[in-house]
Write a protein that binds this ligand. Structure first.
Ligand code: BES
Ligand code: ZN
Ligand code: ZN
Length: 495
């Protein structure tokens, strides 16, 4: 019984204008002589989204109760649940409570219960993530919450819900790893360090990991990655991690791993340059995702490919005007050394074709122009395949990581025609910078292989206030991990 639960506090979720209760709320309201009904009747608790009312009562084992608002029932969706569960988790941590019991938020809605449980746990786990590795005063850091009990009335649902809880924990592990990699500053997360992490998670999770060093890249002719890296003292790396869970051709996921992007010779302005430690967010996403994929034992083959480099400036840097040759032989003319992401992804994309993939999906903090186009609310989606684009869109709608498709029409390809090489790395005027970047990438995949590019420049990290997403604090969001896993789980179900 939830009311006898030996925890610091019981949390009861309530809709706005709710005047009749079911389940645990009804039980506790009756036990407390209609106290909850009275609080609502008197206007002390309205049930607005994320509203919290703490109510002490000695007759409960927990000695206190929290009413948590979910807003209007008709507006309640997965994102409402994520935000409410984040609000309450953060409140409980702030109060220094160590344990709480609650029910499934929105249980009474006629919706997919598993998705609701998952959203509730995502909101909880994502909001409690901290990145305090570099804080020396450990005493003043938020203290962890030890336990959360979720009570479920219908015992027939216990099994389903336990397995969703386990799955969500696996996904949250991948997201935390992604956020750690992205949040860590460039001096502590060099290409070599990322490669070591990849090797470690691979051996811990029965993944197969290969690390290409610069010698191997030279043999293969990966001129994009080598050129961007040549101004840095840190050697470039390319990681290939394989999850062998099925018998079909693999799905390849690729992540841009620029551990710091100064812009190179085409140097960026100083303000906000520090944020370019997040330019490895695509890499972080695919490494986090493959860890989760392995923990989830997804019955498919997935290969993660991550090109890693710094983009710095020195006497050995690559320069505007240079022509470089990518893996597979295509050449590109460098117009701007700050458009480096597409150069390293070009090698990774064309190399990925050697695995005869069923689909290729890349994640990259590729362009500031994508932020101009979509703001920080959606990632840019570009694809040569309608079904893949639709599947990714649908996945993002459920996971709360919206993606929005932008067109890849011929005039955008024309903007990156070069006089001296096959293509050039920036468009000559005409705007549409997120699209010309995607058009550049499209040159390195073939039409038969479904490919999608996700420009996560606006969604990979939060610089100012998290705004509408209560479950994120400042810093990396790990965007894309949930999206890609949902997409892959969907592919598994369809098999
Ligand atoms: N990493 C940046 C893109 C970026 C900028 C992501 C700001 C998130 C926030 C990328 O390498 C870059 O610098 N792109 C240039 C391309 C331009 C030179 C064509 C850009 O967007 O300005
Ligand atoms: Zn750049
Ligand atoms: Zn970059």
């Amino acid at each position: 019984m939830i009311k006898e639960s030996k925890v610091d506090v019981i949390v009861l979720p309530l809709f706005k204008n709710q005047n009749s209760f079911t389940g645990y709320v009804k039980e506790i309201d009756e036990f407390l002589n209609k106290k909850i009904s009275t609080l609502i009747k008197n206007g002390d608790f309205k049930g607005d989204k994320n509203e919290i009312l703490l109510y002490p009562d000695q007759s409960l084992t927990s000695k206190r109760l929290i009413l948590l608002g979910l807003g209007l029932k008709k507006d309640c969706n997965l994102e409402t649940i994520r935000n409410a569960s984040a609000s309450i988790a953060l409140y409980i941590r702030d109060k220094n409570f160590k344990s709480y019991s609650t029910s499934i938020f929105g249980e009474e809605l006629d919706s997919n219960l598993s998705d609701f449980v998952q959203a509730q746990l995502e909101g909880t786990k994502l909001s409690l993530y901290t990145f305090n590795q570099f804080k020396s005063d450990k005493k003043s850091l938020p203290k962890p919450i030890n336990s959360l009990n979720i009570y479920v009335k219908d015992s027939k649902k216990h099994k389903e819900i336990s397995s969703v809880i386990k799955e969500t924990e696996y996904i949250a592990e991948g997201i935390s790893l992604a956020r750690d990699i992205a949040n860590t500053p460039g001096n502590n997360m060099t290409p070599s360090i990322v490669a070591n992490i990849a090797q470690n998670i691979s051996s811990e999770n029965s993944l197969k990991c290969e690390i290409f060093d610069e010698k191997k890249m030279k043999e293969l002719g990966m001129g994009g990655l080598l050129s961007v890296s040549q101004g840095s003292n840190e050697p470039a790396k390319l990681i290939v991690i394989r999850h062998d869970g099925g018998n079909d051709d693999p799905i390849v996921i690729i992540g841009k791993g620029v551990t710091f992007d100064s812009g190179g010779i085409s140097i960026k302005p100083s303000p906000k340059m520090d944020e370019m430690k997040f330019d490895k967010s695509g890499a972080a996403t695919v490494i986090g995702a493959i860890k989760s994929i392995s923990l989830l034992k997804l019955p498919i083959n997935v290969i993660a490919i991550v090109p890693l480099t710094e983009n710095l400036l020195s006497g050995s840097s690559y320069k505007p005007g240079d022509v470089i040759t990518h893996y597979g032989g295509k050449t590109s003319e460098i117009m701007n050394t700050d458009a480096e992401g597409r150069l390293i992804l070009a090698d990774a994309l064309s190399y990925s074709l050697t695995y005869k993939p069923k689909a290729i999906i890349d994640f990259a903090t590729l362009t500031g122009a994508c932020i101009v186009a979509l703001g920080t609310h959606a990632s840019g989606l570009f694809s040569n395949n309608k079904k893949l684009a639709r599947d990714l869109f649908n996945s993002g709608q459920i996971t709360g990581e919206p993606v929005w498709e932008l067109p890849l029409w011929q005039p955008y390809y024309d903007q990156i025609k070069s006089d001296v090489a096959d293509i050039k790395n920036t468009g000559s005027g005409g705007g549409g910078g997120a699209i010309t970047a995607a058009a550049f990438l499209a040159n390195f995949v073939n039409k038969q292989t479904p490919w999608a590019h996700l420009d996560i420049a606006g969604t990979a990290w939060i610089q100012n206030n998290p705004g509408d997403k209560k479950y994120f604090s400042k810093g990396s969001t790990g965007v894309g991990v949930r999206l890609i896993i949902r997409y892959l789980q969907q592919q598994c179900k369809l098999k």
